[in-house]
Ligand binder design. Structure first.
Ligand code: URA
Ligand code: URA
Length: 266
């Protein structure tokens, strides 16, 4: 083996290890050309020792406005945030029972973010949000809207699977909120779709039901939010008759985005 072959072999092994490491940290999207910049991240999670017991923990102010970050810098900061999430132990029960944390799927800078509740069994096993039965239905909703799955940003209120897929407790959503807030700031979607009651309640900090929230736009830090039913709620054994409502909500979104409304095939 000559020296060039040897070097290439070493480099490709190092690259592979790096990519596996990134994947393990929840990064499964990389920019096409630009190399990943190294960005110093500010840890946003205070340790429990440094927090008064009843404190809802606040985000540490960033030295630089997120609006000024390039896409590559956002990606690197999201990557750092995913690593923090991976090490999070704030919810004693969830961090014991999870296989892994589930951070997001999709690129920063995506025009639309779809926000779910928490990972289920399939997501806990794969590390990717919305890959199980509800995920398959979400994929069909995206396709019906004319979105490619890889052009939207998908994440959840809570990053760990609650045992037995129960709805996350208010405490668990609160523990994860700083991650969500930071994640949305960095991913910077222009529109958010809150899927189901958990997403709507926690994102908008409201107690109103989906029925009361549907059909109009809400506001999250200047970002228009559509609230609609969770895809799991539309599954055949639940309420498939609500699919028409979800389609109406999606049409409202597409119209505001100035996108064509595809003719629904079924
Ligand atoms: N349900 C959710 O809310 N999120 C997922 O990632 C999967 C199912
Ligand atoms: N309640 C929820 O929490 N989500 C739905 O999608 C419907 C009812």
């Amino acid at each position: 083996m000559d020296e060039t072959t040897l070097n290439l072999d070493v480099i490709s092994r190092q690259l592979l290890a790096r990519i596996r490491g990134l994947h393990g940290a929840g990064v499964d999207w990389l920019p096409k050309e630009a190399p990943l910049p190294v960005v110093e991240s500010t840890p946003i999670v205070a340790t429990s020792e440094s927090l008064p017991a009843d404190s809802s923990f606040d985000i540490v102010e960033q030295p630089q406005s997120e609006a000024a970050l390039s896409l590559e810098e956002r990606l690197a900061a999201l990557q750092a945030l995913a690593v923090e999430v991976k090490g999070c132990t704030r919810c004693a029960e969830l961090c014991r029972s999870r296989t892994q944390t589930v951070f997001a799927d999709g690129p920063p800078g995506a025009e639309v973010c779809f926000l779910g509740e928490a990972p289920g069994a399939d997501e806990d096993a794969s590390g990717t949000p919305f890959v199980g039965a509800a995920g398959q239905l979400l994929n069909r909703i995206l396709a019906a809207c004319g979105f490619r799955r890889d052009e939207v940003y998908i994440c959840n209120v809570v990053k760990c699977r609650p045992p037995g897929n129960r709805t996350p407790l208010a405490d668990e959503a609160d523990n994860c909120r700083a991650f969500l807030v930071k994640q949305l700031e960095l991913a910077a979607p222009k529109y958010i779709v809150a899927l189901g009651g958990c997403a709507a309640t926690n994102l908008l900090q409201t107690t109103l039901s989906i029925g009361k929230l549907r059909g109009r736009f809400h506001d999250y830090k200047g970002i228009p939010v559509v609230v609609t039913y969770h895809p799991a709620y539309l599954l055949p054994h639940k309420h498939p008759e609500k699919k028409g409502d979800v389609w109406n909500d999606m049409k409202m979104l597409l119209e505001k985005m100035g996108r064509p409304i595809p003719v629904r095939s079924g």
